[in-house]
Write a new protein. Structure first.
Length: 377
């Protein structure tokens, strides 16, 4: 039996680790387009930009681990086609046969045309290394987009002493994820740290302020061209069922590209670190013949200045204003719940680290909203 994984990111690395952990001793090939072994991406916009960690310290495993576990890793190797009839993937240097295949090709930043300034993106280790070097020059930095990457980069840039302007077309940062009330907390946080935050401001390609560097942080798109050209079902990601199988039972998909039919949450696609790790594990077991549904509650975290946050769940946009707050959101020590008629859809804590277990427990449960305010961990 031969298993091939296309994509050298965290989902692929997690699958490789689980396959060997489950006792699979057959041929195992990992094909990654980047010139690096699989690495963790969250530190790129946090520790690496802050200068607290070197980009090379983000590897999941070193080469010795892959050698010891007989994983045939090919870095700098882009897959150009998949022939599902012959069960081979095509690279620039030849073909690799498979019995089962995992697609974990990740996502890439949305691009914008920008006039009159250097332009940067933040997705890869090389991006983070180059951006950190520029921040040390203390440029006038314009960030387009007040999402997670934009806000974390703004915090790192202010720590480096840069003049930072952020433009965002919505009325608050993170509006489509956190809603108006919580988004306002993030706006206040950044303004208190000297960020010129311009909300309700669209970007037409011309910087609205003098800028030496423009960081475009307007979201990411899943890399689905390979899957589409192979004839797999694609719609805002590679369509997979609850077990992460694509329209071809011999091909699974995990991580950023997987538009997953979640047993509780419906069709969702999650672009976060925890999802890549955990879907990689489930995909590995299913590659070996299991029929396990991926049911994990989405999770993500952020660190900005003195704010640390963990979030659990998935809240549809129409319920972002159905929010219950325990604690002091303005003082940035709080626990927040989003609900639909008392059913907890999502929850997060802000600098309340002991609340994480409670949040994991309550998401998906039906609770009197008044009880959420009073409840203690």
């Amino acid at each position: 039996m031969s298993i091939v994984i296309v994509g050298g990111g965290l989902a692929g690395a997690s699958a490789v680790e689980e396959l060997r952990g489950q006792g699979y001793d057959g041929d195992l090939v990992l094909l990654g387009a980047e010139p690096y072994l699989p690495y963790h991406r969250p530190p790129l916009s946090k520790d690496v930009l802050l200068g607290d960690k070197e980009p090379d310290a983000t590897d999941v495993h070193d080469q010795g681990w892959y050698d010891e576990h007989s994983v045939d890793v090919h870095t700098g190797t882009a897959v150009t086609a998949i022939d599902r009839d012959r069960r081979v993937v095509v690279t620039g240097s030849g073909e690799v046969g498979y019995d089962t295949l995992l697609l974990a090709t990740g996502s890439e930043p949305r691009r914008l045309d920008v006039d009159g300034a250097d332009v940067a993106y933040l997705r890869t280790r090389d991006d983070a290394r180059a951006l950190r070097a520029r921040l040390l020059e203390r440029p006038r930095l314009l960030i387009v987009g007040a999402g997670w990457i934009g806000l974390e980069a703004a915090a790192a840039a202010r720590a480096a002493g840069c003049q930072v302007t952020v433009v965002e077309p919505q009325s608050q940062p993170l509006l489509g994820v956190m809603g108006e009330r919580v988004g306002r907390m993030f706006a206040d946080l950044h303004r208190e740290h000297g960020v010129d935050l311009r909300l309700g401001t669209s970007f037409d390609g011309v910087p609205p302020v003098p800028a030496d560097l423009v960081l475009v942080a307007v979201g990411a798109v899943p890399r689905v061209d390979l899957a589409r050209e192979a004839g797999l079902a694609v719609a805002n990601g590679v369509l997979v069922d609850a077990t992460l199988r694509t329209s071809d039972p011999a091909v699974l998909a995990a991580g950023d590209i997987a538009a997953h039919d979640h047993p509780r949450l419906g069709r969702i696609r999650v672009e976060h670190w925890d999802n890549a790790i955990e879907q990689g594990k489930v995909a590995a077991r299913n590659l070996l013949g299991a029929d396990e549904a991926y049911e994990r509650t989405p999770y993500f975290f952020t660190d900005q200045y003195d704010l640390g946050m963990e979030y659990f769940g998935h809240v549809p946009s129409e319920h972002l204003d159905d929010v219950v707050v325990r604690g002091d959101l303005d003082g940035r020590r709080a626990v927040v719940f989003w609900h639909r008629g008392g059913r907890v859809l999502g929850g997060m804590h802000v600098n309340e680290w002991d609340a994480a277990d409670e949040l994991r427990e309550l998401v998906g449960q039906t609770v009197d909203p008044a009880q959420l305010v009073r409840r203690t961990t």
